[in-house]
Design a protein around this ligand. Structure first.
Ligand code: PMP
Length: 414
């Protein structure tokens, strides 16, 4: 095992950390070491300020108001949509539907696309490493329609077995739904190639991007994704923000998911006609402040050189992988060749919840549990894992604190 650790990329970590006020606090008398970014990342001051400005100066309902405040709020909300469009390189802003988060985005597609295009005997293809948010909506749809849920298997490293994927695709497949990055294993899936293969069968692909968008630049046109869904709270924005990107040609054909105010063209008691995109999928008052905050988070990511941030974070992951693998008694769960952000592990004879609780006493925030991916736990035959997940504001020193504290856990239980 190599012990020498490469010098980290030239990345102004002090300056970046100063942008995130939450990071400078102490927890249980120790400096906070926040390694639960896969669950929710932290929010920079500029995003907090933008949300506060909306609440202080602009708070009002969007789209339907003719007055000053409403027009300002509408302009800010639609500007956020434009920022999302540019950030993921969508063709048009109206292909970016604001949703409450990744879960709502997947449910929207399962309900709306599923209701129209999936029938008895059809097949829905997901993978063995999906988050429950990208399993259950499809399972419910399959049960309702008499369709079949099929699952792309994974290998011992936690990688998709691509030959099996190719074998599973056929003329009955109506959609493929797969994560770009696994939240429990950190595996980066070859979604671009998978999408190209699915398209040979004329099958659209939904990508669960909850764990990719916060960690490296993405381009939905380059991927040729049909649907791409992600949550704001994992990408430095407030909870309640999120996006479903969908190709216009699909979204136009799909029925509304929820109905009510804001999504109509005309209503009579006999018949309602619907608004075009994106309003058709945004019934009711949306999370205005949160989505304006998402726009501010994107501005922030653009301002710091996000590609450089991704490189730094990846080096940090490699450093942490090396450090934790060197500790006797630690087993890494998820050793794919392509990984991002996530380091799941177990310690012999110690329950992950105990690991989490003991590390918390040292001010270290990790997550312990099944990470809403119970089938992954079943595959690896563990009840749960401990998971450290990184962002570009974490440091090598924090990884050292993590490794030392893990060693202490082992010593206590030895
Ligand atoms: N998919 C993945 C891969 C995730 O990591 C998560 C959140 N843990 C979700 C979906 C669901 O995201 P949310 O709870 O923000 O809707």
């Amino acid at each position: 095992m190599k012990t020498a650790v490469k010098e980290m990329s030239n990345w102004n970590i002090e300056k970046i950390r100063a942008d995130f006020p939450v990071l400078s606090q102490t927890v249980n008398g120790k400096p906070l070491v926040y390694l639960d970014n896969a669950a929710s990342s932290q929010v920079p001051q500029v995003v907090i300020d933008r949300g506060a400005k909306y609440l202080r100066e602009e708070h009002s309902n969007i789209h339907r108001g003719v007055h000053y405040l409403s027009q300002n709020a509408t302009t800010a909300y639609e500007a956020a949509r434009e920022k999302v469009k540019r950030f993921i390189n969508a063709r048009e802003a109206k292909e970016c539907i604001f949703v409450r988060g990744c879960t709502e985005g997947v449910n929207l597609v399962a309900y709306s696309y599923g209701r129209k295009f999936v029938n008895e005997g059809d097949e829905i293809l997901i993978s063995a490493m999906e988050h429950h948010a990208n399993i259950i909506p499809w399972q419910v749809l399959a049960e309702e329609k008499g369709a079949k849920l099929r699952v792309i298997p994974i290998n011992e490293r936690g990688e998709l077995i691509i030959e099996e994927y190719e074998n599973l695709l056929n003329e009955r497949t109506k959609i493929v739904a797969v994560s770009h990055v696994s939240n429990s294993l950190g595996t980066v899936n070859p979604v671009k190639e998978m999408i190209a293969t699915a398209h040979k069968f004329g099958v659209p692909v939904l990508v669960d991007a909850a764990q990719s968008v916060p960690h490296f630049p993405v381009d939905v046109q380059d991927l040729d994704a049909d649907f791409y869904v992600f949550s704001g709270h994992k990408m430095f924005a407030p909870t309640g923000s999120g996006v479903l990107y969908g190709k216009k040609e699909w979204l136009d054909k799909m029925p509304p998911y929820q109905t009510g105010g804001g999504m109509i063209r005309t209503v009579t008691f006999e018949k309602t006609t619907y608004a075009g995109l994106p309003e058709k999928f945004e019934a009711g008052t949306p999370a205005i402040a949160a989505n304006i905050g998402l726009g501010a988070a994107i501005d922030y990511l653009n301002s710091i050189d996000f590609a450089a941030a991704a490189r730094y974070e990846h080096e940090l992951l490699e450093y942490a992988t090396e450090k934790l693998s060197a500790i006797e008694g630690v087993k890494l769960i998820g050793t794919a060749r392509e990984k991002a952000s996530v380091l799941s592990f177990t310690i012999e004879n110690v329950h992950p919840h105990d690991i989490g609780t003991i590390l918390d006493q040292s001010g270290i925030a990790i997550r312990a549990g099944h990470h809403c991916a119970q089938p992954v736990m079943q595959f690896f035959q563990v009840p749960a894992t401990a998971r450290a997940s990184f962002a570009f504001y974490n440091t090598k020193e924090e990884v050292d604190v993590l490794a030392d504290s893990i060693q202490k856990v082992i010593d206590v239980f030895a």
